[in-house]
Design a protein around this ligand. Structure first.
Ligand code: SF4
Length: 154
């Protein structure tokens, strides 16, 4: 997997203070996408073992308490991102007790593949669906257009 940005302390993408990772790769091509530079799978920089370890350490850093991890992009559920994202969320579940995981995807919850579902079964909140410019509403929280749904899964 490749990624564009990692924010170790973020108060914008999800509730509370969080660690946020923007991954590379998205097939949805939504008109008006705010993050077009992330569409190509080979854009950004390599997501390394060191980065994975750093995220786990940051989530457990007691000097700045994080509520959890936000995964966005690009699309963390792009088929080619699944293996690395699954490994990361499995580690957060095992090594970061009490931390929540929020994930943004252009796929719809009801249409996920078994592999995508494996990731979603481990997270707390899924914001799903493509961004639709005609349904854009700046008053919405955690989503850009009104067709998208914030699913509180656990
Ligand atoms: S799903 Fe998100 S990242 Fe992908 S094209 Fe749509 S708005 Fe952009």
């Amino acid at each position: 997997m490749r990624c564009h940005q990692y924010y170790p302390v973020d108060i914008v993408n999800g509730p509370g203070t969080r660690c946020t990772l923007f991954v590379s790769g998205c097939v949805h091509e939504c008109p008006g996408c705010y993050n077009k530079s992330t569409w190509r799978l080979n854009s950004g920089t390599a997501f390394t073992q060191e980065m994975e370890d750093r995220i786990i350490n940051d989530l457990n850093d007691t000097r700045i308490r994080r509520q959890g991890l936000s995964l966005s992009g690009g699309d963390p559920l792009h088929p080619q991102n699944i293996a690395d994202v699954l490994k990361l969320v499995q580690r957060v579940r095992a090594e970061c007790p009490g931390k929540d995981i929020w994930l943004w995807t252009g796929y719809k919850l009801g249409e996920l593949t078994a592999a995508q579902r494996e990731v979603v079964d481990l997270i707390n909140v899924l914001i799903d669906g493509k961004f639709v410019q005609d349904l854009k509403d700046p008053a919405l929280i955690w989503r850009g257009s009104s067709n998208q749904v914030v699913h509180h899964l656990r």
